[in-house]
Ligand binder design. Structure first.
Ligand SMILES: *Cc1c(COP(=O)(O)O)cnc(C)c1O
Length: 227
C-alpha cells in the first residue's frame, strides 16, 4: 500500500460513512490528487485559484471530482472561483455573498456555498463572528442564486481539546439555530469543520465535511506569501 492509501484507510476507519472526507491538496502536485482519486477520494480542497486551475488542467480525465475552494476569496477572484469550483467554503462577508449571487445569476449557476464563521477571535482568520452573522441572514436569504448549504469554520491554533470541542459544538448549535429560523430558503445541513489535528473532535460535534491535508498527503512546505 502507498502512504496515501494507508493514511486514507486509517482516517476512514475512524469516521462514520456519511462524513465527507475532503482531501486538502494545496501545495501537493496533481499526481498526489490522482493517487488519492485512485483510492476513491472524489472531493478535493484547494486554497489558491491559480494553483488549482493548473492542477485541474492535468486532471481533466477525472470528470467526477468535486472541487472545493477553501482559501480566502478576494472579490476580484469570485468569478474564477465559481467557474473552477463546485463548492465555496469561504464565503465570509455579505458583500462577497451578494457578488457571488450576481455572478452566479450571470453564469446560470447555483453554486454550493458555506458561510465561514469565526467562533473564536482570531486576527489571522476570516469569517463572520456569530453575532455579526445574525443581522446579515435576512439579506443572505435573498441570494437566490446561491445554494447556501451550511457553515464552515477554522479554529485558531493552540486550543486545548476541551476548547476545540466546545468551539465545534458552538458552531453546530449555531447551524441548528439558523436552520430553525431561516430554513427554507437557507439550509444548514453541512458543517465543514475539523482538519488533520482535530477532525475526530469535529466529527463528534457533528461535522459533515472534514478537511484533511497533512493527514492524507504528509507534511507540506510552508506556503509562500499570497501574491
Ligand atoms: C490547509 C487547510 C486545511 C488542511 O489542514 P491540514 O492540517 O493539512 O489537515 C483545512 N482547512 C483549510 C481552510 C486549510 O487552509
Amino acid at each position: 500500500m502507498t502512504t496515501i492509501a494507508k493514511n486514507l484507510a486509517a482516517i476512514r476507519a475512524t469516521i462514520p460513512d456519511p462524513v465527507r472526507l475532503l482531501a486538502v491538496s494545496k501545495t501537493f502536485p496533481a499526481a498526489a490528487i490522482r493517487a488519492a482519486y485512485g483510492e476513491g477520494v472524489r472531493d478535493f480542497g484547494e486554497s489558491r485559484i491559480q494553483e488549482a486551475i493548473a492542477k485541474q488542467a492535468e486532471l481533466t480525465d477525472l470528470t467526477d471530482i468535486q472541487w472545493h475552494f477553501i482559501g480566502h476569496l478576494q472579490s476580484n477572484k469570485a468569478k474564477k472561483a465559481l467557474t473552477h469550483f463546485d463548492w465555496i467554503h469561504t464565503c465570509d462577508h455579505l458583500a462577497l455573498a451578494q457578488r457571488l449571487d450576481r455572478l452566479a445569476a450571470e453564469l446560470g449557476q447555483c453554486p454550493k456555498i458555506l458561510l465561514q464563521v469565526k467562533v473564536r477571535p482570531d486576527p489571522d482568520k476570516y469569517g463572520w463572528p456569530l453575532e455579526t452573522l445574525w443581522p446579515d441572514l435576512p439579506a443572505l436569504t435573498q441570494c437566490h442564486h446561491l445554494n447556501i448549504q451550511g457553515l464552515m469554520t477554522i479554529l485558531p491554533l493552540g486550543l486545548t481539546s476541551a476548547e476545540t470541542r466546545q468551539a465545534f459544538q458552538e458552531t453546530q448549535a449555531a447551524a441548528t439555530q439558523i436552520q430553525t429560523q431561516f430554513s427554507p430558503p437557507l439550509t444548514m445541513t453541512e458543517l465543514s469543520m475539523g482538519m488533520s489535528g482535530d477532525y475526530p473532535l469535529a466529527v463528534a460535534a457533528g461535522a459533515t465535511i472534514i478537511r484533511v491535508g497533512r493527514g492524507i498527503f504528509g507534511d507540506r512546505p510552508p506556503l509562500a506569501p499570497q501574491t
